[in-house]
Design a protein around this ligand. Structure first.
Ligand code: GDP
Ligand code: ZN
Length: 307
């Protein structure tokens, strides 16, 4: 039987098969050839299970992942912990103010999501607060910037309910994560979408906040419309990817697309002549803020080691 891992403690796994949950162990040794991971099976993994009775089963096979988010173990530098697998959509929740989300944060998040092959949609939350002309102009600018880069971006409000239905419909049958700085309204949005699930998530988060747990385990929650929300307590952004400077531009989709017309195949789009990327910035096809954040990631020696 095929199921999806909804919870993992490292020694046992809760697997959802249709409507039924099974507590599972791993059968013998299952090897994942390509990775040194502390946990061979992660939340979001699709697995084959063999039931032993109505509640227990063994995991016999792990299916290939479409993507995964990892975090390096702090004590074992070569090992990594898979936080979540097979994420269909990351919703990045941002706000214009209270708190203000920096474009550099957004661009670094999108860079990580691209590097992990996780599609991302940007939600501008707290739209009920954005009544001023200045805010409306900022929304127009952000929308244009990220649409040009190829991302979906739209306003929502957990308080007024704007676009909550749309968001819920988009999540149907998808495995999703909500990310963003604390205070942008992730819990409030979930509460607006699915209050029953939100209360379960907040219980877990509270118990983690007591500080006794050093390792946080992700957990998946089913929503009535078939959406699967992966809650990753304590994980604000994806972070920690070893990217070479040469591949950085591959993860800014609109820069990558245009870069094929640069004179030099190894163009860094900074000082080279006949650079199609710099031309596209000049004529407005690529947003200046995106380009500047690309350059700042390029110059940032810490890009490889950032959290
Ligand atoms: P989280 O840390 O991202 O989970 O953020 P919370 O959901 O805890 O929200 C942080 C604060 O922002 C709370 O005081 C919420 O009431 C408030 N908030 C969340 N969504 C909205 C919204 O759509 N409009 C307004 N005005 N406030 C919001
Ligand atoms: Zn170039």
């Amino acid at each position: 039987m095929k199921g999806v891992v909804a919870k993992s403690t490292g020694s046992w796994y809760r697997v959802l098969c249709g409507e039924q949950y099974y507590d599972c162990r791993i059968k013998g040794k299952i090897r994942l050839a390509d990775m040194k991971s502390t946990n061979p099976v992660a939340v979001g993994d699709w697995v084959e299970i063999e039931p032993e009775n109505a509640e227990q089963a063994v995991i016999s096979t792990i299916y290939d992942r479409s993507n995964y988010i990892i975090r390096k173990s702090t004590n074992l530098s070569k090992q990594s912990h898979i936080i979540a697998a097979n994420v269909d959509m990351a919703y990045l929740v941002v706000t214009l103010h209270s708190p203000k989300t920096l474009l550099s944060f957004i661009d670094r998040f999108l860079l990580s999501a691209e590097a992990y092959s996780i599609p991302c949609t940007i939600l501008i939350n707290k739209s009920d607060l954005y009544t001023s002309d200045a805010d409306q102009q900022t929304i127009a600018e952000w929308t244009e910037t990220y649409q040009k880069a190829g991302y979906d971006i739209f306003c929502v409000s957990a308080h007024s309910g704007e676009n909550i239905d749309t968001l819920y419909r988009m999540m149907e049958n998808k495995t999703v994560v909500f990310s963003g700085n604390s205070g942008v309204g992730k819990s409030s949005l979930l509460n607006a979408i699915a209050p029953n699930v939100a209360s379960k998530v907040s219980d877990i988060s509270k118990s983690h906040n007591k500080g006794r747990h050093t390792t946080t385990f992700a957990e998946m929650y089913e929503l009535p419309n078939g959406a699967r929300l992966i809650d990753t307590p304590g994980v604000k952004s994806f972070g920690l990817l070893d990217l070479e400077k040469e591949e950085l531009s591959h993860y800014f989709p609109e820069i990558f697309k245009v870069s094929k017309q640069c004179q030099f195949h190894n163009c860094t789009h900074t000082h080279e002549p006949l650079c199609a990327v710099q031309q596209a910035v000049q004529n407005g096809k690529i947003a200046l803020s995106r380009y500047e954040n690309y350059v700042s990631c390029l110059l940032d020696e810490n890009t490889k080691h950032r959290k």
